[in-house]
Design a protein around this ligand. Structure first.
Ligand SMILES: NC(=O)c1ccc[n+]([C@@H]2O[C@H](COP(=O)([O-])OP(=O)(O)OC[C@H]3O[C@@H](n4cnc5c(N)ncnc54)[C@H](OP(=O)(O)O)[C@@H]3O)[C@@H](O)[C@H]2O)c1
Length: 249
């Protein structure tokens, strides 16, 4: 009977690992593991150095725009060049991209939001599955959002894209069972570069006031949930809410 898998000697691919939650996950998952850290525009050097200092066995890096199918394929080419198997895939990339209302929606904007937040994780799931099947207690963790749980005005399409990923998580968990587990983490308001462009400081303070624990989250709060889902072999098809109580089921 498998109670938990060892968190050592794993090969883990983390997308969007140069900043925020992805960088925190890289550091938290580093000890004893081989990491493949994907990045896009933000340089990966600092996150890679932090992962090495935290005890990663080896750190590979790969750059790609995951909002396109060609970008997902180029990441997979890089992954296959450095690893013959994967034990975990953390589908972390995502962004609000732009705020809008239902009245001002445009097709092109909807496509971009879904491509980055939903299609990239779906495509990487499909492309990584053969490598994961060669891994030990393999699993996938998707990053969804509190925005998928309740209406988030001006982030409606982003929330819908994350809700689609939430549903995909359960479908993939059934299809890829019993070998690959598929889970998700739905963060609440986490202080990362995510909010720099689209959430004014007064709105961040208002979130704090609305949140039962009284503060906004740190990327490390999400990194520990990701680690739990990789480690716990009896959990699949689950989305864990980590939001300080801002949304309760
Ligand atoms: N922070 C929150 O409050 C919060 C709440 C709920 C859910 N989430 C989700 O948590 C995940 C991590 O977010 P975060 O807060 O850590 O934000 P973040 O620091 O902005 O990280 C997002 C990552 O996605 C990458 N990315 C963006 N566009 C990309 C593209 N076209 N191709 C490849 N990579 C791209 C970014 O890389 P570059 O910077 O190099 O472009 C960055 O590393 C996201 O999926 C987000 O939707 C965050």
């Amino acid at each position: 009977m498998q109670r938990a898998c060892s968190m050592m000697n794993k090969t883990i691919l983390i997308t969007g690992a140069s900043t925020g939650i992805g960088a925190a996950a890289a550091k938290h998952l580093a000890p004893g593991n081989t990491l493949i850290l994907h990045h896009h525009r933000t340089p990966i050097t600092a996150a890679a150095e932090a992962a090495k200092a935290a005890g990663a066995r080896v750190v590979y890096t790969a750059q790609a725009d995951l909002a396109t199918e060609a970008g997902c394929q180029s990441l997979m080419d890089a992954v296959e060049a450095c690893a013959n198997h994967l034990d975990a895939l953390v589908n972390n990339v995502g962004a609000l991209l732009e705020r809008h209302t239902v009245d001002t929606l445009q097709w092109e904007v909807m496509e971009r939001i879904f491509a980055l937040n939903t299609f990239s994780a779906m495509m990487l799931t499909q492309r990584c599955a053969p490598l994961l099947r060669k891994g030990t207690s393999p699993s996938i963790v998707n990053l969804t959002s509190i925005a998928a749980r309740h209406g988030a005005p001006t982030a409606t399409i982003y929330g819908a894209a994350k809700a689609a990923l939430d549903s995909f998580t359960r479908g993939a968990a059934r299809e890829l069972a019993p070998v690959i587990r598929v889970n998700a983490v739905a963060p609440g308001v986490i202080v990362t570069p995510f909010h720099d462009k689209y959430t004014p400081a007064e709105r961040m303070r208002a979130f704090e006031a609305e949140t039962p624990v009284g503060f906004n989250g740190a990327p490390e709060h999400i990194a520990t949930a990701i680690a739990f889902l990789i480690e716990n072999t009896f959990t699949t098809g689950e989305t864990i809410d980590v939001n300080g109580g801002l949304f309760m089921r």
